[in-house]
Design a protein around this ligand. Structure first.
Ligand code: C2E
Ligand code: CA
Ligand code: CA
Ligand code: CA
Length: 279
């Protein structure tokens, strides 16, 4: 038995050691990667359900690693949240988002807004409001063009702090979306006190068998609740026509998902925008 335990620990140690080595390698290379342009902002369109018009886009980061190829955020964001680099990377994404809005405004496209993710680490940055204000000024944009997606779990981590910070951002004119709503942390009671403009339904709600009456009831309930709080609702993770039609029926305002398009490089998004401008 003793020998077996030893073996297990050896395997475990080896896995852990590999993981730590990989994390160290990523940490050592991330600053250079950003400088060398290995991070790229992808955009995924959002549509207004009422008339199928393009209403905005979500900015999602990708890492084009020279050795390991294209990396999805799940591979590196958790580490960047631990080592603090997320703050810098998010600022890069916000900057790109504003730069694209300015460029497209000048070209005469009409993209109402881009939504960017705000990591929980950013919320505690005392300079957050100043950084964002400076940024929109730099590109000559109204703050309302930049939507800030803040995950529900960050809201519940330190409610007092978040209410303060998010209220301040809204006062400045930024539009705040509560991301991943319903993923399991906030109570309905708290929702009432949480500052936000848009409720972004977690994709689990959409991808669960929505045909079941109980799930339909939950979706209807959330839409009604949002309406009574004067919030708009966006559903993400919409993959089928059936899901779309249900959401339409329940009064959802906006949709985003593979049914319409996957996240794509900015030039592809521009092409898509040109098409919808013509329609
Ligand atoms: P999220 O903010 O909830 O973003 C939505 C995720 O769902 C994206 O994954 C998107 O590609 C994916 N998605 C969109 N439509 C569908 C669909 O119809 N079906 C399915 N199955 N998935 C869909 P992605 O790009 O891999 O990002 C994962 C997470 O990484 C994001 O979740 C967000 O929490 C984080 N993230 C991505 N970019 C950034 C960033 O720039 N900053 C920060 N702080 N976090 C980011
Ligand atoms: Ca998001
Ligand atoms: Ca989400
Ligand atoms: Ca998520």
């Amino acid at each position: 038995i003793k020998g077996q335990y030893g073996k297990h620990f050896a395997v475990y140690d080896d896995k852990l050691r590999k993981k730590l080595l990989l994390e160290q390698a990523i940490t050592d290379s991330m600053e250079d990667a950003l400088e060398q342009g290995q991070f790229e902002v992808y955009l995924q369109p959002k549509y207004r359900i009422e008339d199928n018009t393009l209403s905005g886009a979500e900015a999602l980061i990708r890492w084009k690693h020279p050795e390991f190829g294209m990396q999805a955020p799940g591979q590196f964001i958790p580490l960047f949240e631990k080592n603090g680099f997320i703050t810098k990377l998010d600022q890069f994404v916000w900057d790109r988002a504003c730069a694209m809005l300015q460029e497209w405004d000048q070209k005469g496209h009409h993209l109402p807004s881009i939504s960017a993710n705000v990591s929980r680490a950013d919320i505690y940055n005392v300079e957050l409001a100043e950084i964002l204000t400076t940024l929109v000024k730099k590109y000559g944009l109204k703050p309302s063009r930049l939507h800030l997606e803040i995950t529900e779990s960050a809201y519940t981590e330190d409610p007092d702090q978040i209410i303060d910070t998010v209220s301040g951002l809204r006062d400045l004119g930024f539009i705040v979306e509560m991301d991943d709503f319903g993923s399991g942390y906030s109570s309905l009671n708290m929702l009432n006190q949480m500052p936000m403009d848009i409720l972004k339904l977690d994709m689990k709600f959409i991808q669960i068998e929505t045909a079941k009456p109980v799930h339909q009831g939950i979706l209807r309930f959330i839409m009604g609740l949002a309406r009574s709080m004067c919030l708009s609702v966006i559903a993400e993770g919409v993959e089928t026509k059936e899901q779309l039609e249900r959401l339409r029926q329940y009064g959802c305002d906006y949709v985003q998902g593979y049914y319409f398009a996957k996240p794509m490089p900015c030039d592809e998004f521009e092409a898509l925008m040109c098409q919808s401008d013509k329609q």
